[in-house]
Design a protein around this ligand. Structure first.
Ligand SMILES: C[S@@+](CC[C@H](N)C(=O)[O-])C[C@H]1O[C@@H](n2cnc3c(N)ncnc32)[C@H](O)[C@@H]1O
Length: 263
């Protein structure tokens, strides 16, 4: 995003550039307003100013995310609704911002995971979305099975596989708790806040030894309790806990790296 345009808009709003980036998210050539309150003045004319300052296609207002399939509630404020393409580290992610979510705040986590993986590994991404973890991972490892239940997200998973030539990525449409394969994965990514419910099932997919990256929410003062809970599981030999990003005033999005040895 152009830095000079950010300066102009944040000055007009009377906020710092840091606050701007907290409240507004640019995805491809669209911008999503994440502020909770609607502007008291004319939101339409303000959005048109944003459109011309940033040379954007659309301005949306985000009002929340619905259900297990993480469908965003987003309405178009100005401009033309289209698919967008976001580029990150040379990878292109195409999506429809009104149909699927994109977690920009997970960028660092994508790096950590991809760095850690080995070229001989078979990876299972149980909640693949449009491929945020699966696509970068697929350039590093032997195979990534990417499971997604939401048809809209699955459509963009396929598009993004093609767009990036991610040949090692195998898309699977459906419920990742119902796969018939067993004991095949060296590493499992569980990028969903309800991941914990699927942990027993994930174990059946893992080889005798393997790694699970389990995402969940945690209150700020609960890290230690959560760490101890997972350390107590008989199949866990080592646990690391890491903050991915702040989620709300009281909660963080965290990830647990579990080293697993099955009986
Ligand atoms: C929070 S998104 C995470 C996407 C991505 N891993 C990320 O970190 O940005 C969770 C995704 O899991 C999908 N999902 C939910 N339950 C599922 C299930 N049982 N099997 C497969 N996918 C599922 C949702 O449709 C959604 O796209």
């Amino acid at each position: 995003m152009r830095n000079d345009a950010v300066s102009v808009i944040s000055r007009k709003l009377g906020i710092s550039k840091g606050q701007f980036h907290q409240n507004y998210e640019a995805i491809g050539r669209s911008i999503i307003i994440r502020e909770e309150e609607e502007f008291s003045n004319d939101e339409g004319s303000f959005s048109r100013l944003m459109l011309s300052s940033f040379k954007l296609w659309a301005v949306y207002r985000y009002t929340g995310i619905r259900g297990n399939r993480r469908v965003p509630s987003i309405k178009l404020v100005s401009g033309i609704h289209t698919e967008v393409v976001q580029r990150e580290d040379g990878i292109l992610y195409m999506m429809d911002p009104q149909k699927v979510m994109f977690s920009k705040g997970n960028k660092k986590e994508r790096h950590i995971l991809t760095e850690e993986a080995d070229k001989e590994e078979t990876v299972l991404d149980m909640f693949a979305g449009i491929g945020y973890f699966s696509i970068p991972m697929s350039f590093k490892v032997k195979r990534v099975y990417s499971c997604e239940i939401n048809p809209d997200s699955f459509h963009y998973l396929i598009m993004n596989k093609k767009l990036n030539g991610a040949r090692a990525l195998v898309p699977i449409f459906g419920d990742s708790s119902r796969l018939e394969m067993r004991d095949f994965a060296n590493r499992i990514i569980m990028g969903h806040f309800e991941s914990d419910r699927y942990l027993q099932r994930a174990l059946t997919y893992l080889k005798k030894r393997g790694k699970i990256h389990l995402h969940r929410l945690s209150k700020r003062d609960e890290y230690r309790d959560i760490l101890e809970e997972y350390e107590s599981y008989p199949f866990v030999s080592k646990v690391k806990i890491r903050k991915v990003k702040s989620y709300s005033p009281s909660h963080d999005h965290i990830v647990l790296d579990l080293d697993v040895i099955k009986n």
